[in-house]
Design a protein around this ligand. Structure first.
Ligand SMILES: Nc1ncnc2c1ncn2[C@@H]1O[C@H](COP(=O)(O)OP(=O)(O)OP(=O)(O)O)[C@@H](O)[C@H]1O
Ligand SMILES: [Mg+2]
Length: 327
C-alpha cells in the first residue's frame, strides 16, 4: 500500500485530520519499505506520537489503521500499565500476544506494530509520577530496539517494531504557546504561509518534556502527528459520512423493527452546535443521538411495520408516515 492508499482507507472511517493521516501513512509506508532494505541501509525506525484533543479521532485512527494492515499488531493502554504493579510482566505479556498474532513466528512479530494509547497519562499527577516514570523506563527498553528476552525463554528482536502512541496531552497547547520564544515568519513571496503556520504550531520534544515525559522517552517518538479540534462542519460530516456513522447505525436499528428513519440537514447542524458546547470532540454525538431518538426507540416495536420517522428539527417531534397505509 502506498501512502495515498493508506490515507484513502483511513478516509472511509475517519473524517478530516488530513495532516495526521498523511504523517501516519508515510510512517507506515516507510516501515514496510525499511523491512525490504538490507539492515545496513535501513534508516532507523521512527515511532509515531499522535497528539490531539479528546474525542478527535486518535484511537479511531489507530484501530482503523490496524484493520488495514497485514502486519501483526497489539494494542495496550498506558493507564492500565501505570496501574499495574508488574509493568515488566505486562510488557512481556504484550510481546507474547504480538508473537501469537504473528502465528508464533518471532521474525514476523519483530516487524509488527505496537499501539499504546493514553500515553499522556504517564506524565500525569505528581503523586503518581513514580508509576508513570517506571512505565516510561520499561517502555524505553522495548522501544529503543533491542533483543528482549521473554519469561518463557524466547527472544524477540524489537529493532524493527513500530510503536504508535496516542495521547490527548491536555494543556500542552498552553505549554507550546508559552515556550514559543520565536517563530518563523515569511521572508519571501514563495514562502507558503501554511507551511510556516505548521512549523510554528508543531509540538516539540521539549514541550513533551515540560509536560512531564522523560526526555529519553520523547526522543524515541520522533514523529509527531497532530490532530486538531473538530469544527462544526467536521462534526456534521462525522454523523453521516463514515461507513459506520451514527446516522447509519441508527437507521439500521430502525430497519430491524421494520421502520425507517430520516433526519433533515438542519438537525445535524443543531446537534453539531450542541456537541461543540460539550467540548469533548465527537464523543458527545452518540449521547445526543440517543437523546433525540430515545422516545421514538422506546415506542418503535409497537409501531405498525413500515412506519417512517422524519426529523425536521431538534425541537419538534418527528413526523410519522406509513407508506403501506397511504398506498
Ligand atoms: N475524526 C473523526 N472522524 C470520525 N469519527 C470520529 C472522529 N473523531 C472522533 N470520532 C468519533 O468519536 C469517538 C471518539 O473518538 P476517539 O476514541 O478516536 O477519541 P480520542 O482522540 O482517542 O480521544 P481521547 O483522547 O479521549 O482518547 C470515535 O469512536 C468516533 O465515533
Ligand atoms: Mg483515545
Amino acid at each position: 500500500m502506498k501512502p495515498r492508499d493508506i490515507v484513502r482507507f483511513l478516509d472511509q472511517h475517519v473524517v478530516g485530520q488530513d495532516d495526521a493521516k498523511r504523517t501516519l501513512a508515510v510512517a507506515i509506508y516507510s516501515h514496510y519499505r525499511r523491512l525490504t532494505l538490507p539492515e545496513m541501509l535501513a534508516p532507523n525506525k521512527a515511532n509515531v506520537l499522535l497528539i490531539g484533543p479528546t474525542g478527535t479521532g486518535k484511537t479511531l485512527l489507530c484501530t482503523t489503521l490496524a484493520r488495514a494492515l497485514d502486519l501483526p499488531q497489539v494494542m495496550a493502554d498506558a493507564t492500565a500499565l501505570a496501574q499495574s504493579r508488574y509493568v515488566g510482566e505486562e510488557l512481556d505479556a504484550l510481546m507474547v500476544r504480538l508473537i501469537e498474532r504473528a502465528g508464533g513466528d518471532l521474525e514476523k512479530a519483530g516487524r509488527g506494530i505496537v499501539f499504546i494509547d493514553e500515553i499522556d497519562k504517564l506524565a500525569a499527577e505528581p503523586e503518581r509520577a513514580g508509576a508513570g516514570r517506571a512505565v516510561q523506563h520499561a517502555l524505553l527498553k522495548i522501544m529503543e530496539g533491542s533483543l528482549i528476552r521473554l519469561a518463557d525463554g524466547r527472544t524477540v528482536d524489537t529493532r524493527q517494531m513500530l510503536f504508535i502512541c496516542g495521547g490527548a496531552f491536555v494543556g500542552i497547547e498552553r505549554i507550546r504557546q508559552e515556550r514559543r520564544a520565536y517563530g518563523f515568519i515569511g521572508t519571501s513571496p514563495d514562502d507558503d504561509p501554511r507551511i510556516i503556520e505548521r512549523l510554528n504550531t508543531r509540538i516539540k520534544p521539549t514541550d513533551l518534556f515540560e509536560y512531564g515525559l522523560i526526555p529519553e522517552f520523547t526522543g524515541r517518538l520522533p514523529i509527531v502527528a497532530q490532530l486538531h479540534g473538530l469544527d462544526r462542519t467536521a462534526l456534521i460530516r462525522i454523523m453521516q459520512e463514515p461507513q459506520d456513522s451514527l446516522y447509519r447505525q441508527f437507521q439500521a436499528l430502525f430497519a430491524l423493527d421494520g421502520a425507517a428513519l430520516s433526519i433533515a440537514p438542519p438537525v445535524f447542524a443543531q446537534l453539531a452546535d450542541l456537541a461543540l458546547e460539550f467540548k469533548v470532540g465527537a464523543r458527545s454525538l452518540r449521547g445526543l443521538f440517543e437523546e433525540l431518538l430515545g422516545p421514538v426507540l422506546y415506542a418503535l416495536p409497537d409501531e405498525a411495520p413500515g412506519t417512517h420517522f422524519h426529523f425536521d428539527s431538534l425541537f419538534a417531534a418527528p413526523k410519522k408516515t406509513n407508506a403501506g397505509q397511504a398506498g
